[in-house]
Design a protein around this ligand. Sequence first.
Ligand SMILES: Nc1ncnc2c1ncn2[C@@H]1O[C@H](COP(=O)(O)OP(=O)(O)OP(=O)(O)O)[C@@H](O)[C@H]1O
Length: 912
Amino acid sequence: MSVRVVARIRPLLKKELDKDVIVRAASTDEGKPFTIVKIPNPKNETEEFSYIFNSVYDQSCTQEDLFNAEVYPHIKALFQGLDVTIFAYGVTGTGKTHTMRGGMKMDDRGLIPRLLSNVFRRGKKIEKDSNGETTVDVHLSYYEIYNDKVYDLLEPPEMRTPMGLPLREKEGKTFVVGLTERPCDDVTDFERLYVEANNNRVTAATKLNAHSSRSHAILRVKVTQTTGDMVLESTASAIDLAGSEDNRRTDNNRDRMIESAAINKSLFVLSQCIDAISRGDKRIPYRESKMTRILSLGQNNGITIMILNLAPMRSYHLDTLSSLNVSSRAKRIEVREIENEVVYKQPHRSHSSTSFSGLTNGVLAPRQPLRPIGLGTQNSYTGSAPALARSSIDRAAASGAVIEKIEKPSKLFNVYADRASAHKATASMGGGSSSRLAGPPQANTSQIRQPLSLSGGLASRRSMTDTTPASSSSTETSALRSGLIGTGASKLARPTGLPLPGSVSAGVSRQNSSSSGSTQPPQQTSKSVDNTPILTLSAAQIEAMVEKKVAEILAARAAAAAALAPQTPTPSTPRSDNHHPPGSDQQRPKSSEPRISEEVQRRLEALERRIEEQSMSTSRSSSRGGRGGRDEKSAGLQLLLEARKAKEAGNLEEALGMYEDALGFFPGQRKLVGKIEKLKLKLGKISREDYEVGAQLRDEEAGSQQGNRVGSAIQQSRSASVTSGRRTAMTGISSTDAEVEDLDDDDMEADVEETPEEAEARRRRLLKSRGRSATLGVGISSKSRQQLHSNTTTDTGSDYDDRSASNSDPEQQSSSQEPSPRTKQLLDIVNSRDTELIKSLSGFGQKRAQDLVDHLDDTQGPSGKVRSLGELTTVPGVGVRTVERAYEGLAVAAELSSKLALKTYYDETETF
Ligand SMILES: Nc1ncnc2c1ncn2[C@@H]1O[C@H](COP(=O)(O)OP(=O)(O)OP(=O)(O)O)[C@@H](O)[C@H]1O
């Protein structure tokens, strides 16, 4: 089913009674519930846009009406094991907080308190009906995302660290690491916790000179039903998103602007995600903001309800149109209704693991493929021909609005009813939507729960009042499946209807070999569930195996070419080290060896996490200027983002101003200067000649800087301890520069469209500057090459041959000569078209890797290859500098990561 999107139009407040109301609710046929929002076309008030939603609530809708229609029907589903996500979206002041939290009076209570009291009521009923056999526990976590950082609201603001809590992806789901979870027994308990947490939010906001509504607030209600040793967990998440606002209108100061930029960025990314999903894009930009990572719209299973809050006044006209457009597209996102599984309590595992807590519960399942609902489900035009022609260029209409002449008969609207409206869900809109849950879930699997112990670091760092198990491994239990589909909580109250754990074990077949260790604590049992003998290993044996595996992984990472060479990689085939298709021979271990590998695998995962954490923290500590520096940098980056937004909205003057302001934070940043100059050129503020001269100078400067950087990078790599910033050590440039450039790359290249002549001029300049610096093929100066050659003690030296010195044309050079091993390694990684692998290259983030793969898919066909580094530099968005960084990173990364891995490994084994 798709995300359910409903709109709520708030009434006018007392102070607004004289305001002009322009938004209204309408229905397709008289007497039917409202499903349409109508708003005038700002360019032509004789026309109205119509947006269709699953349901629309007008000013007369009470808190109780909304709850009964939109949330109450899903409480049953929640207890059947489905996760439920409700989020309020809309412009500042449209009633999101009122909808979610509401007022203190009984009638004013919002969806959240009503949800909780109903959860407790149902929980008590289940306990009673089962004669106490089933217990229902509720745990709360509550956190906010402020300026793209995650803060726990259930702990006092003093406990906050500037960086906030980290997020982590595990097996396709996003978790907040170290989040507090509090048990909550009844409504009184909830109110105490909720009020306390909201006070924390306000206090923290005051300290930061912010306002609580400037953050996204996420409440997570975990419901755990336990009958004997069977446990069913599901989660309701209620999210009050921060409102978007126009900086000019609210006359924000700098701090507010940064805040707004962060909010707008995350909401902008959310709208980008919605667009990308609805277009069916391969790449969804979830990772570009924490909010979208957590929300994982379209990737989280269960039920998702988006409540679009609207203010009816004219003063909100454009903002309202914008949020109508975004939410209208959100209807096209499909979410799989998959119940969480009953799991069995397991003995405590002896190995340490990280505690995760997040929007989703601990169920770890692969992300579902995203599917847009067919285009036929979109809204369509019903306006007159001239109106259609006029409005076809109208952005609002283009994104899904329906225009009609005001006098158009309302029955015309049924031609653009979306698919969702044909579903049972929509048929029962406005109060009877519970029927949508009556159908059986599409799939159901069972899991064996893995109780987790907190990892030492996390346990001591964060106060965890509850150590509820979170991480699970996925196994399939057909017996359970047949026993539980569509039965929900009531089944739990009748445990005799379910197979006993023992018999379930016999039916368990492993789905994911890497997680099979969850079925048994290590070194305790002699037989696995599938009768595979398990070896009891000594620490020394495991150590030896880990060492071997570490070596293998490092070899695979740093010298991926070796692993790739014998294969012909399939385009876009994700790396999958451990997955075997169900039913394949490899699925079930044939001997004890796989069991050992699993043990090793777990250790390796822990090691990888440690390496990641170390490199994160070291890069943080080495970033320029400590906290103040970071704040400044982040302000600069926010300005860049704002500028990018302004540019995308076509406000080039405004964008230029913001880029110029950003330059104050990144003085002399070459690409930024280039961007400013390009915009000036475009706005006619400088002549083409001046622009060309400036560009030439920048190219020259870049050439000489590259030379210096390469030398210093290698110097650093030789002397770098494992605590030096990974990025800095690898590339020799500051993380600030790199971040600016990352941001740059997102928008700079595609920014001002080049004419063919400009492109040719740029190419000539590039080749000229490459020729001048006698490169290896990637724009490295001869001076730096000599430095590199003489300084390098690892494979960098031997890989780096001098043959290109006499050949300034990289393409010629690379086509006439055999590439060096490192060049080959780099090209092999690129040609693998595996974004994960490409991302491991220095200078390649998710976007660049994905763009590269997309480009290769588009231009090279399935088996074409990039044959030289020179050719690689011509790929849009890659460029000389990126290739350089990737090339150098290969050697330095190998050196650093082996040091890191060994250090981490020895740290780890001390406590083993
Ligand atoms: N349905 C409603 N009935 C009565 N009053 C409402 C309703 N919706 C909103 N309000 C009032 O409108 C004002 C703004 O609402 P609210 O603070 O909930 O907006 P918001 O969208 O959460 O804003 P922000 O994004 O700034 O947090 C509040 O005074 C609230 O009480």
